[in-house]
Ligand binder design. Sequence first.
Ligand SMILES: [Zn+2]
Length: 193
Amino acid sequence: MILLTPEDILDRFRRAGALLEGHFRLTSGLHSPGYLQCALVLQHPAEAEAYGAAIAERTRALWAQVVLSPALGGIVIGQEVGRALGIRAIFAERQDGALTLRRGFELARGEKVLVVEDVVTTGGSTRETIEVARAAGADVVGAAAIVDRSGGQQKLDVPFHALVQVSLPAHLPESCPLCLAGLPVVKPGSRSV
Ligand SMILES: [Zn+2]
């Protein structure tokens, strides 16, 4: 079994261009010293498999019977956690704005659910996914993510495991310390980084 340390993960993210460090203008208009795009690392199936195995190691003792992920971001890693735990992996998706189980996916009453996402930012989509499982009568035994960028603010009422914590503050442009330092701001994904 390969144990991935937080440093290993950040190195892998940097190499895949999934974690950029500099001075970025986010789609929200806020400025940040970092930009995270998990899909860029999960596009490599071997990477996704390694993170899935690492999350499985940390959550095996919860004895989950099914992985539930929010679409789209959670699907790839949810699949890999399900593979590593030997349990099925299903996803919830938005319909008319609300996260819901579709495609004939079902949870049995009392079935033990592990909620898996790629990144937890505020915890909002994780909480919403937990509610989908509970509404179906299932028992949510825990939640997990590759990256926790909530700064400990995710406030979940189930055990939560993340492989790495990443602190990426967001600043209003007028009070951005990087702007004040005179660093040019770039849009994430532009190749000038
Ligand atoms: Zn700035």
